[in-house]
Ligand binder design. Structure first.
Ligand code: MG
Ligand code: ZN
Length: 393
């Protein structure tokens, strides 16, 4: 008993460490994971299930026979998703927080509250000689992927976002949105020709099925899966899981493979099911996203030097599993067709995963990833939240 008391006293002394201090809103919080020891990963695969709150995960799990690949993750945390101007974030501000480590306003594509560009983790990884990749089930210019390579004052500026992709050397990308590159309203540029002149091999859904594309590991690669937004998985979209697998094969065999890679993957349409208050849509997208997680885990387990992080930008729909539900038949309820402000889970696996335990701001994920890669200290986070109101899209 005495031993137990002593232990409790030591723990309470540790948690009262004056360097950590009480976590007050609006002040700097030194994260306890500063003291975590970890092995540095060579690669990071950062996976976002847009709109994927705990209920979305739960419903997908039960309908999938009460199991998900996500259950393999042992380091689990929660993040606070609010943006700089709204307690309910949109996907642009959410992804800006992940990509840049700073909260900004809803609609911002990796610019700060004053509209100034902020460096993204993908750009910083590139500067270190790492390879980069993006695989999404929305258009490549949609808010979440855009925040990793573009800087625009509004997520609505899709053609400008497409032009920003030309300024980056993303080695491998797969997603929809061909029209923002090929048939532009704002100018006469053909960004697909420009990408080819930069050395990319570019293909699309019209030329050949993604599953029939052969990939040259020495050339940069881009594939457009739709003119605008790809269709839902339930209507026949079938490239995502394979593209995630191909991305890991490509990036680990690419020229700069010795320097490691940063791959961003998004299951984009879990959110769209939430906006539609359509439980079946949410579940089919969730299960496909989890299949992609399975492929990523197959790679990460073989590789042994890859940190895999799975999280969401926010929850969508205020989705609930109501009384009367069974494991194979969910009775859903929704509180809104918009986003909600609930805490969002973070799952981490592999070297550096220990950093992701605890409760922290969404911006901390950027600093944790940078710390894991040895690109910078895990800086103190400012939680300056004052926003209230209805969320974005
Ligand atoms: Mg998204
Ligand atoms: Zn949304």
């Amino acid at each position: 008993m005495k031993k137990l008391l002593l232990f409790a006293l030591l723990v309470s002394l540790w948690s009262c460490d004056p360097k950590q201090g009480p976590a007050k809103q609006g002040t700097d919080i030194v994260l306890p994971s500063d003291t975590v020891s970890f092995t540095a990963p060579k690669n990071i695969i950062f996976m976002v299930g847009d709109g994927m709150g705990l209920t979305e995960i739960t419903a997908g799990m039960y309908i999938n026979g009460n199991k998900l690949n996500l259950e393999e993750f042992k380091c689990i945390g929660l993040h606070k998703s609010y943006s700089s101007d709204n307690l309910v974030t949109d996907s642009a501000a959410g992804a800006t927080a992940f990509a840049c480590g700073k909260k900004s306003y809803n609609g911002a594509i990796s610019v700060n509250d004053e509209g100034k560009p902020m460096p993204t983790i993908m750009e910083e990884a590139k500067e270190q000689g790492m390879s980069t990749g993006i695989v999404v089930t929305c258009s490549i210019v949609h808010a979440t992927p855009a925040c990793f390579y573009a800087h625009q004052k509004s997520r609505a500026y899709k053609e400008q976002i497409a032009a920003d992709l030309l300024e980056q050397d993303v080695d491998f990308f797969v997603g929809g949105g061909k029209k923002y590159f090929a048939r532009r309203d704002a100018d006469e540029r053909n960004l697909i020709d420009e990408l080819k002149r930069k050395g990319y091999v570019i293909s699309d859904f019209f030329e050949k099925d993604f599953n029939d594309v052969s990939i040259n590991f020495k050339r940069k690669f881009g594939y457009f899966t739709a003119n605008e937004e790809p269709i839902p998985a339930s209507q026949g979209r079938d490239y995502f899981v394979q593209a995630c697998k191909t991305a890991t094969e490509y990036l680990s065999a690419h020229d700069s493979a010795d320097k490691g890679f940063f791959l961003m993957i998004e299951g984009s349409q879990i959110d769209w099911g939430g906006h539609a208050n359509n439980s079946d849509y949410i579940i089919s997208e969730m299960i496909e996203f989890d299949e992609a997680i399975g492929k990523v885990m197959d790679f990460a387990k073989k590789d042994g030097e890859t940190l895999v992080i799975v999280t969401a930008d926010h929850e969508t729909g205020g989705y609930a599993i109501n009384p009367g539900s069974k494991m194979d038949s969910i009775i859903p309820a929704f509180t809104t067709p918009k986003h909600t402000a609930t805490l969002i889970p973070v799952f981490a696996w592999g070297p550096g995963a220990e950093l992701f335990r605890g409760i922290y701001e969404n911006t901390a994920i950027y600093h944790k990833m940078k710390k894991a890669l040895g690109l910078g200290p895990e800086e103190a986070q400012t939680g300056a939240g004052k926003g209230v109101g209805a969320g974005g899209s």
